[in-house]
Design a protein around this ligand. Structure first.
Ligand SMILES: *Cc1c(COP(=O)(O)O)cnc(C)c1O
Length: 413
């Protein structure tokens, strides 16, 4: 099928929820190809999903083997892969006494976290969850309510009760939001959709202290920042802060849908039989994929690579920010979750990059979000920096043409 044919079919038979830009049909490592045979350097990675790159041979092998053995049995039965994966996540989490629950997406993992916090608080009449403005937690009714962005909520009321908003990186605003009904604070260590904004060290440390003092749970949404993306297994590990529980999804299965809740000792046994469930959660197939992801991250030392390549990439981006400081404000992020922060909308730059053969995401209006796979090479980062540099130069020239005399004021027009 040609790109045009795919596009027409989609228009006729899919709800218009998305506005896709390209028809991609093949991938390998940090590269993808569209239906017309054009190659792209992929710094989207399926939105922080394909963390070990497209079609990693280890994952292909693990998934193929599992497909030929057993795909699904339901949670009425043990399966040999699920507890093995749970043990690996629990051990890497640093949460004492951690146990897991497997789901299928980020929203579903967060929905489970919310239920977990409410069930924990139900004995004492505590059910409110404090979340941050500009956060993103998903699109189900509860998680879009947790998401502190009006544009995600408009038209879907009445919204579930029990969500209260505070300001990210402002501990006083969290303290003010606490009531006798507060069960938990839910926070991203690094806001991805919100514009690649890392938490301040002081904010997360103070938040842990505040939650302890007031008998409130600290929950982290690690759906985007988890699974090595920030150079640590989980984003909160950059801060030496241990939450009571956290959610995972995106990078966990490298594209095979799987999410998880990882909960420490306080919450590990709250969900007794009959209190929470999902048919597809933790199938042998999804767990096999996730196990191969963990194996590859460790064998190929991808946490170290993420730290190294993240620092190298950020340095190159900072040079660009200096060169175009008239309209690039700076660089933010952790590891390989980076944002080039512009003083102008990011969509034109993203489009220019795509024309030059590189994929990135325009986020929160003015941020170009860059998410290469964690096994990205220095050559690929150099190629990306070259393309971003060219796109910036083009854009700079265009902006100069549009406003040849931006400083002349009061002369009409
Ligand atoms: C993507 C994302 C979600 C939602 O995950 P889905 O799999 O799309 O439901 C939730 N939280 C964060 C931080 C995310 O980045």
């Amino acid at each position: 099928m040609t790109a045009g044919e795919i596009e027409r079919l989609q228009k006729d038979y899919l709800m218009p929820t998305y506005a896709p830009g390209l028809a991609l049909v093949e991938g390998a490592g940090a590269h993808v190809w569209d239906a017309d045979g054009n190659e792209y350097l992929d710094f989207v990675s399926g939105i922080a999903v394909t963390n070990i790159g497209h079609c990693h041979p280890k994952m292909i092998r693990a998934v193929q083997d599992q497909v030929e053995t057993l795909v699904h049995v339901s949670n009425l039965f043990y399966n040999a892969k699920q507890p093995v994966l749970a043990k690996k996540l629990a051990e890497r989490s640093g949460l004492p006494g951690a146990k897991c629950f497997f789901s299928n997406s980020g929203a579903e993992s967060n929905e489970g976290l919310i239920k977990l916090a409410r069930l924990w608080g139900s004995e004492h009449g505590k059910y409110e969850i404090i979340t941050m403005r500009q956060s993103f937690h998903g699109r189900t009714l509860a998680t879009l309510t947790a998401t502190g962005q009006e544009k995600v909520q408009t038209g879907f009321g009445p919204l579930p009760q029990g969500f209260v908003y505070a300001t990210f990186n402002d501990i006083d605003s969290v303290e003010e939001a606490i009531s006798s009904k507060t069960a938990a604070v839910l926070v991203e260590a690094l806001q991805g959709e919100g514009g690649v904004i890392p938490a301040d060290q002081e904010f997360l440390s103070d938040l842990r202290k505040l939650c302890d003092e007031r008998g409130i749970l600290l929950l982290c949404d690690e759906v985007q920042s988890g699974m090595g993306r920030t150079g640590k297994w989980f984003g909160f590990q950059n801060y030496d802060v241990i939450p009571d529980a956290f959610s995972l999804a995106k990078g966990l299965g490298n594209g095979v849908p799987i999410g998880a809740i990882v909960a420490g000792e306080k919450l590990a046994d709250i969900f007794q039989p009959g209190r929470h469930a999902t048919t597809f959660g933790g199938t042998p197939l999804a767990c096999a994929a996730a196990l191969s992801v963990i194996e590859v991250i460790e064998e190929e030392e991808l946490l170290a690579n993420t730290q190294m390549m993240g620092a190298y990439f950020a340095e190159g981006l900072c040079e660009l920010a200096m060169k175009y400081k008239k309209w690039i404000a700076g660089v933010r992020g952790l590891g390989l979750l980076l944002g080039l922060v512009l003083d102008v909308p990011a969509a034109p730059l993203q489009k220019k990059l795509q024309e030059k053969g590189m994929l990135a995401i325009a986020t929160a209006g003015n941020v170009l979000r860059l998410l290469p796979p964690l096994n990205v090479t220095q050559e690929e980062i150099d190629q990306a920096l070259k393309l971003i540099g060219e796109a910036c130069a083009d854009l700079h020239d265009e902006m100069a043409e549009q406003s040849p005399n931006p400083c002349v004021c009061g002369e009409g027009e």
